[in-house]
Design a protein around this ligand. Structure first.
Ligand SMILES: Nc1nc2c(ncn2[C@@H]2O[C@H](COP(=O)(O)OP(=O)(O)OP(=O)(O)O)[C@@H](O)[C@H]2O)c(=O)[nH]1
Ligand SMILES: [Mg+2]
Length: 225
């Protein structure tokens, strides 16, 4: 069965509860087939890992709740099947997302090449209200399988991120639980920064009236002859 169910979102941003501020962020997890998206989410949210591969069909969801200073941050993680890049549902899935992980398998160069295609797909279908792309972090997964040529040049990877609009990159392993919390915290920080930018850019221009005290005051509301 194709899973094209979409959970209700209350829209990105801040809500107030009795105990303090709450933030809800929709975060996309995208990348080619079998790179480990579902495994990363399972590790992050359910603290578990399995070697069995069951391809995600359509999209799956998970919720991670974080205590962030005195606030609660809810990450609604959208685990989008690798095969969806060739479908036409991504526009629907991307709607209202505030952040994204784009994942590749550090042992398979073709999945690294697909990163650009995923990023282009994302940027062409989703933009923040200030015209910027959403906070996006690159994950080089399966790093437990040895450091690969793909990522062993940190300077090159940093430059790749700069050139292609990624906030940063992490070598991760869902198997060994490497860098997953770190990458998520990094993404949340960048989402919060972009959220502040949006709020700033959305403050409407205010017009300050200059009252000229030398003019006689009239009352347009009273039609006195
Ligand atoms: N060695 C190793 N294997 C991993 C890691 N993460 C995932 N795998 C394995 O890679 C296979 C695919 O993982 P999934 O998480 O299902 O991949 P996916 O990206 O969700 O794939 P689709 O749902 O088809 O898009 C599974 O057999 C996992 O056990 C990792 O960090 N290290
Ligand atoms: Mg999956």
């Amino acid at each position: 069965m194709t899973n094209h169910r979409v959970p209700p979102t209350t829209g990105p941003g801040m809500q107030h509860s009795g105990t303090g501020r709450e933030r809800l962020y929709k975060v996309l997890v995208i990348g080619d087939l079998g790179v480990g998206k579902t495994s990363i989410i399972k590790r992050y949210v359910h603290h578990s890992y399995s070697t069995n591969y069951r391809a995600t069909i359509g999209v799956d969801f998970a919720l991670k709740v974080l205590n962030w200073d005195s606030e609660t941050v809810r990450l609604q993680l959208w685990d989008i099947a690798g095969q969806e890049r060739f479908g036409n549902m991504t526009r629907v899935y991307y709607r209202e997302a505030m952040g994204a992980f784009i994942v590749f398998d550090a042992t398979r160069p073709t999945t690294f090449e697909a990163i650009i295609k995923w990023k282009e797909d994302l940027d062409s279908k989703l933009m923040l209200t200030n015209g910027q792309s959403i906070a996006t972090v690159l994950l080089a997964n399966k790093c437990d399988q040895g450091r690969e040529v793909l990522t062993n040049n940190n300077i090159k990877m940093d430059q790749f991120c700069k050139d292609n609009g990624f906030a940063g990159w992490f070598e991760t392993s869902a198997k060994d639980n490497t860098n997953i919390n770190e990458a998520a915290n990094f993404l949340v920080k960048h989402i919060m920064a972009t959220e502040n930018d949006i709020l700033k850019s959305e403050i409407p221009d205010t017009i300050s009236p200059h009252l000229d005290d030398t003019q006689p005051k009239t009352c347009s509301g009273c039609f006195k002859p």
